[in-house]
Write a protein that binds this ligand. Structure first.
Ligand code: ZN
Length: 300
């Protein structure tokens, strides 16, 4: 599952390579990725043909390409979706689902949607150029210049949910996925089950700063991957693996204190943390901590 930095890398690549181009032909090779379109593959192709791409925008992990018609093409990357900018002569990818032939930017390119598992797809959002109504409920992400830090502090401190669960709530703050939440919590020395209403405003602000640092580090590392005429996202690009301090490091020594890192189940995924630097909160009413087991005391 791609996280915000990967999606931002794709957005920036699209901005560089396809904005300003006109869609001169659309070929849908499999109906499933356009299943959200009410008039099917033929209607999808007809609505886009002749339209000009006037931007590449993002909110959280959601990506859209505004059109000169005021509508937008929304990309749902799902688990395995990729957007590639290719030469028309490039051989078809094995899981190529949709081709858009472009004219007028980066001479003779195609925007290709490749998706092996097809949980993702493309759709046309009517009137969605500025902000597709389908994602109107998604909060701004911490890298958005208009993100409201004070409002986040207020919302966290009003909530009795665990702080990790709050970070993953896309209506509170968008774009923070499981991996980056674990990394930011490790840097902030906070356990993900710490209830929001037991954090100080300073702790929340510091955590937000760590979230931004983690995202910016990932962006800096991914920044070179779209220099070529090739835009790619699949969540497995690996560029952020090198800098992970928490995620995926079960039983490895904490890089700060040497205590073996622990893994616990969390919302059908995993949470990784240092039991010494990020002590498990003590509380009786643990009804909200679904699927989480308390960590045993560990000696370093
Ligand atoms: Zn530690």
């Amino acid at each position: 599952m791609p996280e915000l930095p990967e999606v931002e890398v794709v957005r920036a690549g699209l901005e560089r390579h396809v904005v300003g181009a006109t869609i001169v032909a659309v070929e849908v090779l499999h109906p499933r990725p356009v299943r959200r379109h009410p008039t099917g593959a033929a209607g999808f192709a007809a609505e886009l043909t002749g339209r000009r791409l006037v931007g590449a925008r993002r909110r959280g992990k959601y990506l859209w390409l505004p059109l000169d018609s005021g509508d937008a093409v929304m990309a749902h990357l799902g688990m395995s979706g990729q957007l590639l900018v290719q030469r028309p002569t490039a051989p078809y990818e094995r899981h190529l689902r949709i081709r858009m032939v472009l004219e007028g930017s980066d001479d003779g390119t195609e925007l290709r949607f490749v998706d092996q598992r097809m949980f993702g797809g493309l759709s046309v959002s009517a009137g969605g150029a500025e902000l597709p109504p389908e994602i109107g409920h998604i909060a701004r992400d911490p890298l958005d210049p208009l993100f409201d830090d004070a409002e986040l502090v207020r919302r966290v401190r009003r909530s009795s949910s665990g702080i990790k669960r709050i970070l993953l709530n896309q209506s509170v703050v968008s774009g923070v996925g499981n991996i980056y939440a674990d990394e930011a919590l490790w840097r902030a020395r906070l356990h993900g089950e710490r209830p929001g209403n037991r954090l100080t405003a300073t702790q929340v602000r510091e955590l937000l700063g760590h979230v931004r640092d983690v995202m910016n580090d990932a962006l800096a590392q991914g920044g070179t991957s779209f220099d070529a005429l090739y835009v790619n996202v699949n969540g497995e690009s690996g560029y952020f693996d090198r800098s992970l301090h928490a995620y995926g490091r079960e039983d490895e020594p904490c890089e700060r204190c040497g205590t073996p890192m622990r893994r616990v189940a969390f919302m059908n995924r995993s949470s990784y943390f240092c039991p010494a630097c990020q002590p498990v909160p003590r509380r009786r009413a643990a009804a909200r901590s679904v699927g989480t087991t308390p960590a045993a005391p560990t000696t370093g």
